[in-house]
Design a protein. Structure first.
Length: 115
């Protein structure tokens, strides 16, 4: 099997990592990254609440975290949104808000089941 060579006019790939220690990367590098970590922390707490037996409360917390993420994504510009920016802004907000609202609605509308 022969290896295909890249075109001669193709530039060499450049690493996104800092070159020297003076230009060290900050973590998280954007305010959106910090909000993303907050959303992840709330989701982790929500999953913990669900595992303890209060599933409605946990699902509501999960939905609230997604609604908060949608709000943050709507307010922050794309360059500052960090990991919250996956697609176009309106699409991210629509999916996050829709999923969060659906979770909150379903948690409140599912009737109690007899044991």
């Amino acid at each position: 099997m022969t290896e295909i060579e890249p075109p001669a006019d193709e530039p060499e790939p450049v690493s996104a990592e800092p070159v020297d220690d003076d230009d060290a990367r900050r973590y998280p590098s954007t305010i959106g990254g910090a909000f993303y970590l907050v959303v992840l922390a709330v989701v982790a707490v929500a999953i913990g609440v669900v595992t303890t037996g209060s599933w409605r409360l946990g699902v509501r917390w999960f939905g609230g975290a997604l609604l908060f993420a949608a709000l943050v994504r709507a307010v922050l510009p794309a360059k500052d949104a960090g990991m919250l920016a996956v697609r176009r802004r309106w699409w991210d907000c629509f999916l996050l808000a829709g999923t969060g609202a659906a979770l909150i609605f379903l948690a409140g509308s599912i009737p109690d089941q007899p044991l």
